[in-house]
Design a protein around this ligand. Structure first.
Ligand code: FRU
Length: 486
């Protein structure tokens, strides 16, 4: 088929899908996802022309990690979205094997998009080109090609994912890279005009042995001097309470010294999400808030996601989360606009003491807020039950260990995730349950877990159990509406 016909088919398939949705029980209602094909990293996140612009990696032709395009949806309320459209196609000599990830920056009324053109020859040798696109208010754009044509000496062609930040009127670009000795690193470039870039150097941290590649770096300004350097390292060894996924995403916080290209006095690496399915987050700033969206998925684990064979699509994006800097860590909370999803309050309970309680819900699209006092109990267990399958979440306040267990689900990824969570006398949980994604914020966002699940039955009950008397200060549940693409 000719390229043009292929794209016409994609457009037709999208239109068909939105005019008569199927009844696949795993399709998410309020998380961004595509009707078909494979979605991965969020890209080019920005607020431009009075709308949030959410670009993302999309293979519109199948559920494999190839044919990477940039697609786009726009919204101003996180309920009403524009219909997904393909923006960047891998069709030039400098991006023919994929328009890979990158960021955006608004300058002179133009949304400047930065991405990595991935090129491979017949022997699978890779070349990476950092490219620029001018995207305009009327939706037209010009792909202007490479602005950095090769990685510097001493690094491999794993050189990608440009993100822009500005300091003292100078533009900086941070890129993920691999050294020739196969160590993950980040490089910083700078520019006076956002067009011409020169290498500043390799970002100095004390993390010299920290995986073989750092993907999707973000430099996030927290206050005058403090920056969070957020990245997705590959090649860390799993430990009892961390690094349990094949690849990680997390951050260090320090004082950014651009003269010395160093993140000084930085904190220890902290994973940004402790769930099974979270990777390659991107952060942008709007109205003074640092807003993060992540990919709900994991590379190289395709067999954990049965929606590819049963539905022909893979992977949503997370809800937008605001990052707040407190006690030298980043707390996460849902962006206020996410409240637009609330349709009706279906539960409102106060001051109830029990050892066992069943929250029966006649919806699988809910936001749940729970606030407990441990009272005489030490262990709280939540069971998300889908008839005879369930996911459990157990927290023991004596050990401060939280365990999420997917072993009692029949389809999809299994296993447990285990992490430490500090609490005092109480525990607060804020959860968003969609048809196959669950996002949980613990203790006002001190930790989060994002995971996918593929239940056989379309019903949900949440059982709350404890080893002794437990006090539920408050439980509120909202039924959530689905987002629209029009
Ligand atoms: C992260 C990543 C990026 C790359 C993109 C390609 O998931 O591997 O490093 O740019 O995906 O789709």
């Amino acid at each position: 088929m000719l390229n043009q016909d292929l794209y016409q088919k994609v457009e037709e398939n999208l239109n068909n899908y939105y005019s008569n949705k199927d009844n696949n029980i795993w399709r998410n209602n309020f998380h961004i996802e595509m009707p078909f094909g494979l979605v991965n990293d969020p890209n080019g996140l920005s607020y431009y022309n009075d709308k949030f612009h959410i670009f993302y990696q999309w293979n519109p032709f199948g559920c494999e990690h190839k044919n990477k395009h940039w697609a786009l949806v726009k919204t101003d309320d996180f309920v009403n979205f524009t219909k997904p459209e393909i923006i960047l196609k891998p069709e030039e000599w400098y991006d023919k094997n994929g328009c890979y990830s990158g960021g955006a920056y608004v300058k002179d009324n133009t949304l400047k998009l930065f991405y990595t053109g991935n090129v491979k020859d017949e022997n699978n040798n890779r070349e990476s080109y950092q490219c620029i696109v001018d995207y305009h208010k009327d939706g037209t754009f010009e792909k202007r090609g490479p602005i950095i044509t090769k990685q510097p000496e001493g690094y491999t062609a794993h050189f990608r994912d440009p993100m822009i930040f500005i300091q003292d009127g100078v533009y900086y670009m941070v890129l993920g890279v691999q050294t020739e000795n196969l160590k993950g690193r980040a490089l910083i470039y700078k520019s006076e005009d956002i067009e011409n870039w020169e290498l500043v150097g390799e970002l100095k941290t004390n993390m010299n042995e920290f995986g073989y590649m750092w993907e999707c770096p973000n430099m996030v300004k927290l206050d005058k001097t403090k920056y969070a350097f957020l990245f997705s390292p590959q090649g860390l060894e799993a430990e009892e309470f961390r690094y349990q996924n094949i690849y990680q995403s997390g951050y260090i916080i320090g004082d950014l010294d651009l003269e010395e290209v160093s993140l000084k006095n930085h904190s220890e690496f902290k994973e940004i999400d402790m769930g099974f399915d979270f990777y390659a987050p991107q952060v942008f700033t709007h109205d003074g808030e640092n807003i993060m969206i992540g990919w709900v998925g994991m590379p190289d684990k395709d067999n954990e996601y049965p929606s590819s064979d049963n539905g022909g699509w893979m992977f949503p994006l997370t809800l937008p989360r605001v990052l707040e800097y407190k006690d030298n860590v980043l707390y996460q909370r849902p962006l206020k606009l996410v409240e637009n999803l609330r349709k009706s309050q279906i539960v409102n309970i106060n001051n109830l003491t029990f050892c066992n309680y069943n929250l029966k819900l006649d919806s699988r699209n809910v936001e749940i807020k729970l606030d407990f006092d441990f009272d005489e109990s030490n262990v709280i267990e939540l069971k998300f039950k889908f008839k005879d399958e369930y996911i459990s979440l157990v927290y023991d306040k004596r050990t401060e260990i939280c365990i999420i267990d997917r072993n009692n689900m029949k389809l999809g990824g299994k296993g447990i995730r285990k992490f430490k969570l500090k609490t005092d006398k109480s525990l607060s949980l804020h959860m968003f349950l969609d048809n196959s994604v669950m996002e949980i914020y613990y203790e006002k966002g001190l930790q989060t877990t994002t995971l996918m699940y593929f239940p056989k039955e379309d019903e949900l009950e949440v059982e709350i159990k404890s080893d002794n008397k437990l006090k539920l200060n408050e439980a509120i549940v909202w039924n959530l509406r689905g987002v629209k693409y029009e």
